[in-house]
Ligand binder design. Sequence first.
Ligand code: IPM
Ligand code: MG
Length: 356
Amino acid sequence: MTQKIAILPGDGIGPEITAQAVRLLDKLIAQGLDAEYEYAPLGGAAYDQYGSPYPEATQTLCRAADAVLLGAVGGPQYDTLPRPVRPERGLLAIRKDLNLFANLRPAVLFPELADASTLKPEVVAGLDILIVRELTGDIYFGEPRGIRTLDNGEREGFNTMRYRESEIRRIAKVSFEAAQRRNKKLCSVDKANVLETTELWKEIFTEVSKDYPDVELSHMYVDNAAMQLVRAPKQFDVIATGNIFGDILSDQASMLTGSIGMLPSASLDENGKGLYEPSHGSAPDIAGQNKANPLATVLSLAMLLRYSLKDEARAAQVENAVQKVLQQGFRTADIAEAGAKVLSCSQMGDALLDAL
Ligand code: IPM
Ligand code: MG
């Protein structure tokens, strides 16, 4: 059956970078991939068109799709909008609506880019970590939340950190299964010395570990994990953590590779349907200048092929194309060392098409 892909270019550099991934997708379809795609707006672009960051047209398309490819959302022109219609809300809404609870964020150092990291090469050489971030619970979605005025007239902001057993158990399973496919080491990150929510998290992970005797489970407090990530990041294989800790640690891990422009991500539901997006943001400062790095989006397309379309061969084909252009010395400005061949966004797309 023809697989349906929804393409959401989003804001800022989103349209430029997704355009390059779509060129590759077109070529794969021409070569026999049984898929079709359709566009819809998300974030600021959707607000401009429909007055909502996740409008019904987008919702309908994404619900019916087998997979979603997203560029990025957000921009300074939207920062003063009322909170419920800001671009970020569109992203949170689509995650929740499609039940995309498992966020996979690999942090892999490409050997060709070993010098891009701010850390010493020996600390990061060969780095290959996977962060599994729970994406639809925690303080991000916990109720009650808000800003209220107290009896004495002072205002108070409040949010609620919450996790149900069932939510923890399903992300634990995804984490253990990911570790089984890798080096069989799983580090669950919590703050169980202070927060009851994560005490329960730790307990459930320990319980679920009995079903995965081949995976070595360890536990680490989040503050220590942040420190260990820069001290000795190669001690980690898979890191599993909640929504807010995962938000922070995944940004930190991405910078170990020195090139956030290279990192894809997948957000999956229980059935392998997923939303795929680069780990970086919409970079409004360079939007429309054709100099953004499309490689994280292209690698997100590879993850889409692997996890949702179950097409390992074509996923590898796309990843090999990325490897090849890097070996050829092609760089976009963000990852260019002195003397490198600096390409524009669309020229990188040309090089990738050749390599594919
Ligand atoms: C991310 C982003 C989002 C998040 C924002 C844009 C809502 O930082 O995907 O990591 O906090 O989840
Ligand atoms: Mg983030």
